[in-house]
Design a protein around this ligand. Structure first.
Ligand code: ADP
Length: 478
């Protein structure tokens, strides 16, 4: 099949979250399955422009004010021949941030991502690449399926099947209704059947209405977002398309996340190699300034300090849990108040708790590899990668049973079963409960071995997920 994937971020070119990982890994997995996959993203500042091939000629993109004359650079996804077309228009993308400074989007984001969405389709026509399926992601490329049904009406691209994936429903691309003209579409599109949602313009709603099929990144999140609590105001829309909404789990990029080959570890190890993992643990304890002791259970927690991730519950729970015989290492940054709280907790418990309050990918690798447990207490979690990496590295997840965490961790409720420990209520008490069950299992060496081995044997390869996406594309193309 011919497949076009449009994304505002693609690893390793530009990344702010899990979307980039998906857009960087899924195309490679589809390519391995024999498809002609191409990826389109913006050319941002911070990308190595010189390493890219500059295509001849301009790329003309119709905008509300006239024609934007852009250019196109071509790169490849690492260790693959998958082409990545980076749309160059410096006025929009040669800026410090992808979307704007933290907490604040750029005022012209609608215009910037109109250019990307419309530009991706213009590029297809220029390359004479008419895809069987066009796959758009999140609010930034929500206009793609809308354009396929409107400005491309009756043209070859109109025949492409459209797939729209929601990676996080919280960010919907909401702005004032008066801004619709920026998309180049007329006021007849501003009504509750397309862009209008409770008095505002909502890009995600328009994509939900216009796409042939919808997906999100885990089966449980696909169900949760059809309810009021996690539906973020679009639950009714999603319920009305329940038959076209699929949950497909993200995979792991095995080139980057494999304990047997990971160059970022002081020592590599495979399943059953307890000594190798212990060596990473001891090095990690030393690095964190904690007593180096293989017998003490070591927990880690990694993530953005934002409401979604549940670090407030973790902070509360640690106040008591740090009196127990355990160690905890945190790697997280974001909310300043929480950062201060964790820093003060580390001062009060220097033997038990270490807080690294910045972003450090190499340290994240060492933490997934050297810890005994990872804690993921999220309020909601569309898929979540922490628990997937941890399972792969023989580190047992203690997670809240929501979204992708519910789907990928099996509770070790009885001897001989499960890969981790889950709790349901969003409370400190519930988290303690799961941590104490985890500690009990840690002391029972035979049971522990079983939990670790079962986790390491799980298949979260992208190949598996790619087959599910392929089935979606094929179903539509058929
Ligand atoms: P989200 O996309 O919502 O942030 P995911 O669990 O899908 O959550 O992905 C988060 C990714 O970012 C993981 O690979 C995690 O290891 C990484 N990460 C988050 N915070 C940090 C940090 N402070 N340092 C290093 N890696 C981090």
């Amino acid at each position: 099949m011919k497949i076009l994937i449009v994304s505002s971020e693609v690893a390793p070119f530009a990344k702010s979250g899990g979307l980039a990982d998906v857009a960087g890994a899924l195309p490679k997995a589809l390519r391995k399955r024999g498809h002609d996959v191409r990826v389109v993203m913006p050319l941002y500042a911070g990308i190595d422009w010189e390493a890219l091939e500059k295509l001849d000629g301009a790329l003309d993109v119709p905008m509300w004010w006239g024609t934007a004359r852009g250019a196109v650079r071509l790169g490849r996804l690492p260790r693959s021949d998958v082409p990545v077309y980076l749309l160059e228009y410096n006025q929009y993308f040669d800026r410090r941030y992808l979307y704007g400074p933290p907490e604040d989007g750029y005022a012209d984001n609608l215009e910037r991502f109109t250019f990307l969405s419309r530009g991706a389709l213009q590029l297809c026509k220029r390359l004479n690449f008419i895809p069987d399926a066009i796959h758009a992601n999140d609010w930034q490329t929500a206009l793609v399926p809308v354009y396929v049904n409107t400005v491309e009406w009756g043209q070859p691209l109109h025949g492409a099947a459209t797939v729209y994936t929601i990676h996080n429903l919280m960010y919907q691309g909401v702005t004032d209704g008066g801004a619709l003209f920026i998309t180049g579409l007329g006021p007849e599109h501003y009504h509750p059947g397309e862009f209008e949602h409770f008095g505002s313009l909502n890009l995600m709603k328009a994509a939900i209405r216009h796409s042939n099929v919808l997906s999100t990144v885990s089966p449980t999140y696909a169900r949760e977002i059809q309810g009021g609590e996690l539906g973020c105001g679009l639950d009714g829309e999603l319920r009305s398309r329940a038959g076209d909404l699929f949950g497909i789990l993200n995979g792991i990029d095995e080139d980057e996340w494999n304990p047997a080959t990971d160059a970022l570890l002081p020592q590599r190890f495979g399943p059953g190699d307890d000594a190798g993992k212990q060596a990473v643990k001891l090095a990690l304890q030393r690095e964190a300034g904690l007593p180096a002791d293989p017998g003490v259970p070591l927990f880690c927690a990694i993530g953005r300090l934002v409401d979604q991730k549940g670090f407030d519950v973790l902070a509360g729970a640690l106040e008591r849990a740090l009196d127990w015989h355990l160690q905890v290492i945190l790697l997280a940054s974001g909310d300043k108040e929480l950062e201060r709280h964790f820093a003060s907790l580390a001062q009060r418990h220097p033997e038990r708790f270490k807080a690294f309050l910045h972003f450090d990918n190499a340290l994240a690798h060492r933490l997934y590899a050297g810890s005994d447990f990872v804690i993921v207490p999220s309020r909601f979690e569309p898929c979540g990668l922490n628990q997937l990496y941890s399972l792969r590295y023989g580190t047992v997840p203690v997670v809240r049973a929501v979204g992708g965490l519910e789907d990928t961790v099996e509770d070790s409720g009885a001897p001989g079963e499960g890969t981790g420990f889950k709790f349901r209520e969003y409370t400190e008490v519930a988290l303690w409960g799961a941590v104490s069950r985890a500690l009990a299992a840690f002391r029972d060496k035979a049971a522990w071995r079983g939990i670790v081995d079962r986790g390491m044997a799980q298949d979260f390869s992208w190949d598996r997920s790619a087959r599910s996406y392929e089935a979606l594309y094929q179903r539509l193309a058929g």
